[in-house]
Write a protein that binds this ligand. Sequence first.
Ligand SMILES: *[C@@H]1O[C@H](CO)[C@@H](O)[C@H](O)[C@H]1NC(C)=O
Ligand SMILES: *[C@@H]1O[C@H](CO)[C@@H](O)[C@H](O)[C@H]1NC(C)=O
Ligand SMILES: *[C@@H]1O[C@H](CO)[C@@H](O)[C@H](O)[C@H]1NC(C)=O
Ligand SMILES: *[C@@H]1O[C@H](CO)[C@@H](O)[C@H](O)[C@H]1NC(C)=O
Ligand SMILES: *[C@@H]1O[C@H](CO)[C@@H](O)[C@H](O)[C@H]1NC(C)=O
Ligand SMILES: *[C@@H]1O[C@H](CO)[C@@H](O)[C@H](O)[C@H]1NC(C)=O
Length: 452
Amino acid sequence: MRFSALTLFAGACAAASLPAIKVKGNAFYNSESGDRFYIRGVDYQPGGSSNLTDPLGDAEICGRDIPYFQELGLNTIRVYSVDNTLDHSECMEKLADAGIYLILDLNTPDASLSRHDPGCSYNAVYLNEVFSTVDEFANYTNVLGFFAANELVNNEATLDTAPYIKAVVRDTKKYISARNYRQIPVGYSAADVSSLRKELADYLNCGNDSNARIDMLGVNDYSWCGSSSFTTSGYSEKVKMYTGYSVPIFLSEYGCNQVPGSRPFTEVKSIYSTQMSSVFSGGLVYQYTEDSSKYGLVQVESDTSVETLTDFDNLREELNSTEDPTGTAGASTSNSISSCPTNWNFSITVPTAPDGLAKLLKNGATGGNGFDASTQESCGDDAYYVSSTVKTSSTQSSNHSTAVSSSSSKATSTSSARATSSSSSTSKAIAAQLKTHGFTAVLTFIAAVFFY
Ligand SMILES: *[C@@H]1O[C@H](CO)[C@@H](O)[C@H](O)[C@H]1NC(C)=O
Ligand SMILES: *[C@@H]1O[C@H](CO)[C@@H](O)[C@H](O)[C@H]1NC(C)=O
Ligand SMILES: *[C@@H]1O[C@H](CO)[C@@H](O)[C@H](O)[C@H]1NC(C)=O
Ligand SMILES: *[C@@H]1O[C@H](CO)[C@@H](O)[C@H](O)[C@H]1NC(C)=O
Ligand SMILES: *[C@@H]1O[C@H](CO)[C@@H](O)[C@H](O)[C@H]1NC(C)=O
Ligand SMILES: *[C@@H]1O[C@H](CO)[C@@H](O)[C@H](O)[C@H]1NC(C)=O
């Protein structure tokens, strides 16, 4: 009697929690069972960048969607932007109850690194936002990891922003340890720029300062289109290329839609097979919600209802008929960190932290400003922010070559111009136009760039 009353009491009061996922060598493991963990996920940001909403700050929204995640058999979602002023306990507990982990990007469109002026955007006000988001989520054991940045490098000309990615990774890892939080993995989600795949991955995983190295690498990859194959898609080459990489790699976005009709998701059979498991640890489909980019699995009808699309059924069937590989499936704990590049045309030294980091580490962050945060105000280039949320369009190559899923800039999205391969030179030019000629000139300039 007494025992069952106690059990009941404990059951009613226990905060939902899942065993933390740990990084060991180049794979993820369940910290209780010791089993290897493969991400079965979707990217989740209903509203996208046009109606930026924090789906984890509203129990009605996450509560609407979690049963569908379960129907798909998911164990992970990725959210690109949250509002760090909201309470996330209800959604995080609902996710935990459903056995679902979260990979969270720590940026918002207006609190992120700028490709145009990374040095200025890397400031203490920005770090305070990032760390406030860490504070809000660090207690939940179903946080699988954080992304310090998404697709900041999106072509060769923006490779020189990479040292700033490492700076934010380093500072975030220092913060997590200074606040005595669980050792939550911190990583980066990379755009698929074919000429930079390996060297950027190596740079992020090189150097003596272990804090400045990523704990996990997400690669956004749209190379498997329709009923492709392991070799035709180029997946086979990527497995070869990343063999020996010392931290977990997974597909942080997949699901090419450059095929007529619905997506068959036949890549699922390869992703969760021993063809890939020695290097890859699963992936996340882009994306849960349908919008104008046509990557959705469900159509949102209202805050309380969605309608599933054919892609949803196809993905569910593929996932359900595909078991994870058994055992460690080729995972390695003996790979070494990568060598740093020696031939880049800029300094690869990780920038020194801004004044103010020491205080944040010592006293903790002061609480963020959510989606109102604007951390580049002193940079004088308000026209250009890196959107850390979702793509507004993407250029997909077939198969092996570059599939750049471009981030949008504020300037291009306001003008509703296509943000396709928004090169940094264009962005820089836009910012320069704004500085010298004001906003109307920028619109004219954009029109000139995009409609000629
Ligand atoms: C934006 O998202 C919120 C939350 O889901 C929703 O209530 C609202 O209707 C959306 N607005 C538009 C214009 O779609
Ligand atoms: C996390 O846990 C600590 C220690 O129990 C507590 O002081 C803190 O308020 C919690 N943070 C959140 C956001 O729940
Ligand atoms: C380095 O070279 C690339 C072309 O390979 C160029 O796009 C980029 O602007 C150069 N960066 C710097 C900092 O000179
Ligand atoms: C790593 O440390 C060694 C020995 O302290 C030093 O010689 C080397 O230059 C360092 N490498 C980097 C990339 O900082
Ligand atoms: C790319 O993939 C499509 C569909 O999977 C295939 O039909 C096509 O031949 C591939 N192209 C190349 C260049 O491999
Ligand atoms: C497939 O669905 C059945 C019924 O819901 C479930 O028991 C099984 O575990 C699923 N298999 C996979 C691989 O998800």
